[in-house]
Design a protein around this ligand. Structure first.
Ligand SMILES: Nc1ncnc2c1ncn2[C@@H]1O[C@H](COP(=O)(O)OP(=O)(O)OP(=O)(O)O)[C@@H](O)[C@H]1O
Ligand SMILES: [Mg+2]
Length: 298
């Protein structure tokens, strides 16, 4: 009698994680714990739950992000589809209200959207009837009430920073996806918000453009930051989460089940993400996510 083995059965075999990873993660964590963090957390959640009708998406979320003096911090957020990542971002953005519990920005309860929090979505969110300069200048004029000519000057500065020179007077439909996303990013960054919330910002871009965007984010957030920010980046791309994150969270059923420090990159995305030690790290996080899924199925 033959015993039919399907490829799906093999998923239960223990994956091969390089044991060095655990020492590396411990070392990073040890170094990072020495950093001086502020007393009042920049963002925190206290016993937050969120229900949509009868569907309890977030049972009891608690976190506290104490930011580091003089340094930006990016928290990458991974997790299966439907685990509540976008919901958490929207609660922080003030676009959704918790069913119970509270969210705080510094010591202030979050009760709606505010100027300290900027959001970047996957879908290009530019106005089709405005050119690049005016798209970037729009929130400066409308939200920050800055005079049009001054706002346009500031927008020009961002055009250069985002490598959009030459496209100033083009309209969104005349731009590639990567360029449109750079306009959306510029629009958020020029507001100089303390918090940047990004939901799959590069999800619609191909691998090469995605790498370019990741390198640009390293430049803007780590190498030449215009100010200290705390950024939350939701992504399905594990290499992107590790490459851009100072910390990686894994969300499962509305809860943070893993919070791990990772290193900042020293080389461009394409190079870093092909290195053996980076791939070992990817395997570690993949395994964490997959094991949650397998446990959930059993
Ligand atoms: N406005 C809403 N009304 C009803 N249910 C919602 C609403 N928003 C989200 N949900 C439900 O809450 C759960 C979590 O959704 P959420 O969008 O936060 O997941 P996610 O982790 O961002 O998933 P993905 O990776 O697919 O974007 C899902 O089951 C979703 O159907
Ligand atoms: Mg989502």
């Amino acid at each position: 009698m033959t015993n039919n083995v399907t490829i799906k059965d093999k998923i239960y075999i223990e994956p091969n994680i390089n044991p060095d990873i655990f020492n590396r993660l411990q070392k990073i964590s040890f170094e990072r714990d020495k950093e001086k963090r502020r007393d009042v957390p920049i963002l925190s959640a206290k016993n937050v739950s969120k229900k949509f009708g009868d569907h309890l998406v977030i049972p009891n979320l608690n976190f506290s992000i104490e930011d580091i003096e003089g340094k930006s911090e990016v928290i990458s957020i991974l997790g299966a589809s439907g685990s509540g990542k976008s919901t958490i971002l929207k609660l922080i953005a003030g676009l959704l209200e918790p069913t119970t519990g509270e969210m705080f920005l510094l010591n202030n309860k979050i009760e709606g959207p505010g100027m300290e929090r900027g959001m970047i979505f996957q879908k290009y969110s530019s106005f089709p009837f405005l050119n690049v300069i005016d798209n970037i200048a729009y929130p400066l004029i409308k939200v920050k009430k800055i005079k049009k000519n001054i706002a346009r000057e500031e927008a020009k500065h961002w055009v250069d920073k985002m490598y959009l020179t030459g496209a100033e007077y083009k309209y969104p439909h005349q731009l590639s996806g990567g360029m449109q996303q750079r306009v959306a990013i510029a629009r958020t960054l020029c507001m100089k918000t303390k918090i940047i919330l990004m939901d799959e910002p590069f999800g619609a871009l191909d691998r090469k453009i995605r790498w370019e965007m990741q390198d640009l984010m390293v430049e803007l957030l780590f190498l030449n930051p215009e100010q200290e920010v705390t950024a939350l980046l939701v992504t399905h791309d594990i290499p992107e989460a590790i490459f851009l994150g100072d910390r990686v969270w894994i969300i499962n059923k509305g809860d943070i089940v893993l919070d791990e420090y990772v290193e900042r990159p020293s080389e461009p995305a394409r190079l870093t993400q092909g290195r053996r030690d980076f791939l070992d790290m990817v395997a570690y996080f993949s395994e964490k996510i997959d094991s949650l899924e397998i446990k959930g199925r059993k």
